[in-house]
Design a protein around this ligand. Structure first.
Ligand code: IDP
Length: 560
């Protein structure tokens, strides 16, 4: 018998033990004796208390007994229900999180049953799209909503849509077999396009779905490189969709949503150029067999980029399930932009931040107010060009942009955002850490806001180019690890002062390491001793905003 059945049965067995039935009711008085197990108070005499009745009072007593018995049975049935609810749904989050460790611990916050068919004009027909679950509250509620009908949500959920918190009368739970569903998220970044195919398992209609696995693939260059040739950009999406078709079983295609969010690369283009690319992607999506929701292709703003990366990392590290509100901050260094996001411990952090540097959203019945900001043009590749004085410059056909951060004899053409730049070291000049630091400072000083709290005890996870550069220079292995801010500085000095040794890894390594050092120290204001956790994956899932964006697709977080 499972845990659900044991407790109520024990209660009924105990109840039954208070009754001793005589051989014949007509010949003997009826006797009841209290089982010591059920005594709330010590007996007044050494004999167990008993009560013997004359036959004439037996009928009245029987009526009383039946009444008592029904009351016990009623109480027992409530107990059964309470135990069932608790076991299946209203267990604390930290427990629920651990319960699935064998399954990489990746519980999806919000997704549940399928929603009805949605017909796309000229597009694919969605038969069953995973529906939105109400997030489980942090506290135990006496009457959980899971035994009510889950309100229907027809995808796509518009940006401002919040599923209604409707409470229907209780209904019997239909039989349910474990089911699998998928979500496809494209990350159209400035340096590449990546596909994330998430597989979720809904084991039980009243339990939260589990993130089972992720299929990830990246392709270079990013879509912004195709600003003059969107059709070719569309072909990169076609290639990635082939992987999606191999990963998602054919019978699931029609109800598997495809979503693309573009970041800094497209933000840096003109509106017309960006729209040309997005239109092409929409067309490629429409010709695919997958479900194409409205607004499936768009440019994501910097706030969402930061917040959704924060959601991913805190979800994967288990912090969204704890009641402590202890979370980790994130530092994301992309090619075109860089993000910092954390949950402040001190009110002063929010009070002293510019109003556009904070964001609110709701998750698991908690409202979070985060410090978050995305610095456009301060991603690593954009910062390289800015350091060289090339970003936004004219005369790209003939100008050569030089820097003491590059090996003296280095000369090359680099492409970013659809433009090509001629760059070189300074052949007969000086190179090295100090000069380089002075150069990169110009890209940071006066631009960054230092949050009040950043020198405190917040734990930060740093990924994307922070991870790549730390890994390439040997600060951490491919599996990731922790470093102090001063480790970046030490390594930057070493790389800049031995450029020839490190050149085979990348001629930009000195510039990149120096930029990261300056960004952390003088940009965000971290102390030398601040420890950063560098991770490319957590629980075998990529640390990127893409998972958070998939959750946001299934249930709108209403980030504002
Ligand atoms: O999902 C991911 N997995 C691993 N690395 C990623 C992922 N997304 C982004 N990155 C890393 O971030 C770098 C830059 O990101 P991106 O090109 O998206 O910049 P952007 O956000 O400024 O446009 C990539 O070169 C890569 O190292």
């Amino acid at each position: 018998m499972d845990a659900v059945g044991v407790a109520p049965c024990q209660a009924l067995t105990s109840l039954y033990s208070v009754i001793k039935w005589p051989d014949s009711l007509s010949e003997h008085p009826l006797c009841l004796s209290a089982s010591p197990l059920l005594l709330q108070h010590p007996p007044l005499s050494s004999e167990p208390p008993s009560l013997c009745l004359s036959p004439s009072r037996v009928l009245i007593s029987m009526a009383n007994l039946l009444l008592t018995l029904s009351l016990w049975l009623l109480a027992g049935s409530h107990f059964v229900r309470a135990t069932y609810y608790r076991h299946h749904r209203y267990i604390p989050h930290f427990y629920r999180y651990r319960e699935h460790t064998a399954n990489t611990d990746n519980l999806l916050p919000d997704v549940s049953n399928p929603v009805p068919e949605v017909t796309q004009s000229g597009g694919s027909t969605n038969q069953e799209i995973p529906e939105v679950f109400h997030p489980a509250p942090e506290s135990v509620h006496p009457m959980p909503e899971v035994f009510h009908h889950v309100p229907e949500v027809v995808h796509p959920a518009p940006e401002s849509y919040l599923p209604p918190q409707v409470h229907h009368p209780a209904a019997p739970v239909p039989p349910f077999s474990s089911r699998v569903f998928y979500g496809i998220m494209f990350d159209a970044g400035s340096t590449g396009t990546r596909i994330h195919i998430y597989k979720f398992i809904q084991k039980d209609p009243v339990e939260l779905p589990v993130l089972d696995s992720e299929m990830y693939h990246a392709i270079k260059p990013g879509l912004s490189e195709y600003k003059y040739n969107p059709e070719e950009g569309g072909n990169t999406i076609r290639q990635l969709l082939k992987i999606a078709k191999k990963t998602v079983p054919e019978e699931e295609w029609k109800r598997t949503p495809v979503v693309l969010r573009a970041t800094a690369g497209l933000r840096l283009l003109t509106e017309e150029q960006a729209e040309g690319i997005l239109k092409e992607v929409r067309e490629v999506f429409e010709e695919s067999p997958f479900y194409v929701p409205i607004n499936s292709v768009s440019i994501m703003n910097g706030i969402n980029e930061g917040v959704l990366a924060w959601v991913t990392v805190n979800f994967l590290t288990g912090h969204l399930y704890s009641n402590t509100r202890r979370t980790v901050g994130i530092l994301d260094l992309g090619g075109g932009s860089t993000q910092i996001t954390f949950l402040p411990k001190s009110k002063k952090t929010i009070e002293t931040a510019p109003s556009s540097y904070t964001a609110r959203f709701s998750l698991f019945n908690n409202t979070y107010e985060l410090y978050t900001h995305s610095y456009l043009k301060n991603g690593l590749i954009a910062a390289r060009l800015a350091t060289l004085g090339a970003l936004g410059a004219d005369g790209l056909d003939w100008k050569v942009f030089t820097s003491p951060c590059l090996p003296k004899k280095y000369r090359a053409e680099v492409t970013f955002g659809g433009n090509t730049y001629k760059v070189s070291g300074i052949p007969d000049g000086y190179a090295g850490y100090k000069l380089c630091y002075y150069e990169v400072q110009r890209v940071i000083k006066g631009i960054f806001h230092q949050p009040y709290e950043v020198k405190g005890t917040n734990v930060f996870y740093a990924f994307s180019h922070y991870f790549d550069r730390a890994n390439e220079t040997g600060l951490i292995s491919e599996r990731g690890g922790t470093v102090e801010v001063r480790d970046f500085k030490k390594k930057a000095k070493e790389v800049c002062n031995k450029m020839t040794k490190y050149r085979p890894i990348s001629p930009f390594l000195c510039m990149d390491m120096t930029y990261i050092t300056c960004l952390l120290k003088e940009g965000f204001g971290f102390k030398d001793s601040t420890v950063l956790h560098l991770a490319k994956k957590v629980n075998n899932v990529e640390t990127s905003w893409a998972l958070g964006a998939t959750f946001d697709f299934f249930r709108n977080f209403n980030i504002h």
